[in-house]
Each structure stands twice: as structure tokens, then as C-alpha cells.
Design a protein around this ligand. Structure first.
Ligand SMILES: Nc1ncnc2c1ncn2[C@@H]1O[C@H](COP(=O)(O)OP(=O)(O)OP(=O)(O)O)[C@@H](O)[C@H]1O
Ligand SMILES: [Mg+2]
Length: 160
């Protein structure tokens, strides 16, 4: 995994295991109230990254499945991990019935696939992560270092 110093933090994962490892570091850096907004096409590795996050939080990554058909899952633990998939949400009408207090809570950590479907609803402090398909086994991951919290998380991920 290679990192580079820009206003975004970027790396290229060369395997599923590397994506899991990055997710694990990200999971260890999270604290209650954090929201991770994942952007990226089908198969770009969003759910894989969430499995790594679960591993970093000491949860069983096997329990993490793409919640595409259920919209939201909550994995229990000292700090519950909420996993949302916005793939099937189209437009403001579809999100109007969502229980946003259940999804965004200062007691929980939240990861959202297809976060662009939640435009306008995400907390200002959400950590934006963009995933891109580079080749069969390579995925580019970019963390937007827009907020102080995002910078702190990135620093924790990259420190040895
Ligand atoms: N470096 C990599 N990191 C993550 N996944 C990879 C990598 N290389 C290959 N893959 C493959 O890409 C796919 C990623 O699937 P995953 O479910 O994580 O994507 P997703 O972004 O959640 O897709 P969806 O939008 O359908 O939910 C898996 O089949 C995985 O084996
Ligand atoms: Mg997915």
C-alpha cells in the first residue's frame, strides 16, 4: 500500500487483504459519533472496507454483508456499528422516511455505502472516502482531509 501527501490522503490497495487491513486501521481510529461516507462504483470495495472496519473494532467481519436489500444493519458491541447502503435510495422522497436518529447517533459509529444518496443529510464532520477501480485487484482509496476530524483519523491511520 502506498500513500502520498496531498490535501487528500490516497493509497492504492493491491488486494482484498490490503483493503481489509486499511479498513482495520480505520476502524481502530473511529470513535462514537463518527460517520464514514463511502463513495465508489459497484465492486469498488466499499463492503470489503467495512469488513475491515468491523475487524478493527473487534467484530467478526463475516457478519458484515452488503445491506443493499435491507438498507441498514446494526452490528452490536460496546459502541454499535451502523452499516447503511444507499444504493436503492432515490431522491429526497425515499430518504424522508429514514430514521436519521437511528443512523446518526453520538453513541454509535456509522458507515454508509453510496453516501451520495444521503447528500444534505450527512453530518458536516463525516469522513468522505472515495474508492476507484484501478484494475482487477487494485482499488484506489482517497480520504478527503476536509475537516480536523478527518485529518486526525488520517494521521492515526498512517502513523506506524
Ligand atoms: N484490492 C481490492 N480491494 C477490495 N476488493 C477487491 C480488491 N481487488 C479485487 N476486489 C474484489 O472486488 C469486489 C469488491 O466487492 P465489494 O462488495 O467490497 O464492493 P462494493 O463497493 O461494496 O460493491 P457494491 O456497490 O455492489 O456494494 C470483490 O469481489 C473483491 O473480491
Ligand atoms: Mg457493497
Amino acid at each position: 500500500m502506498k500513500g502520498s501527501a496531498t490535501s487528500d490522503w490516497e493509497c492504492v490497495s493491491a488486494s482484498v487483504e490490503e483493503t481489509l487491513a486499511l479498513g482495520e486501521r480505520l476502524g481502530r481510529a473511529l470513535r462514537p459519533g463518527d460517520v464514514v461516507a463511502l463513495h465508489g462504483a459497484l465492486g469498488s470495495g466499499k463492503t470489503t472496507l467495512v469488513q475491515g472496519i468491523a475487524r478493527g473494532l473487534g467484530r467478526d467481519p463475516q457478519t458484515v454483508k452488503s445491506p443493499t436489500f435491507v438498507l441498514m444493519r446494526e452490528y452490536p458491541g460496546a459502541v454499535p456499528l451502523v452499516h447503511v447502503d444507499g444504493y436503492r435510495l432515490e431522491g429526497a422522497a425515499a430518504v424522508a422516511w429514514l430514521d436519521l436518529e437511528m443512523i446518526f447517533s453520538p453513541r454509535k459509529m456509522t458507515v454508509i455505502e453510496w453516501a451520495e444518496r444521503f447528500a444534505g443529510l450527512l453530518p458536516e464532520e463525516a469522513l468522505e472516502v472515495h474508492l476507484d477501480h484501478v484494475s482487477t485487484n487494485r482499488r484506489r482509496m482517497r480520504l478527503a482531509l476536509r475537516t480536523a476530524r478527518a485529518q486526525a483519523i488520517a494521521q492515526q491511520i498512517t502513523s506506524p
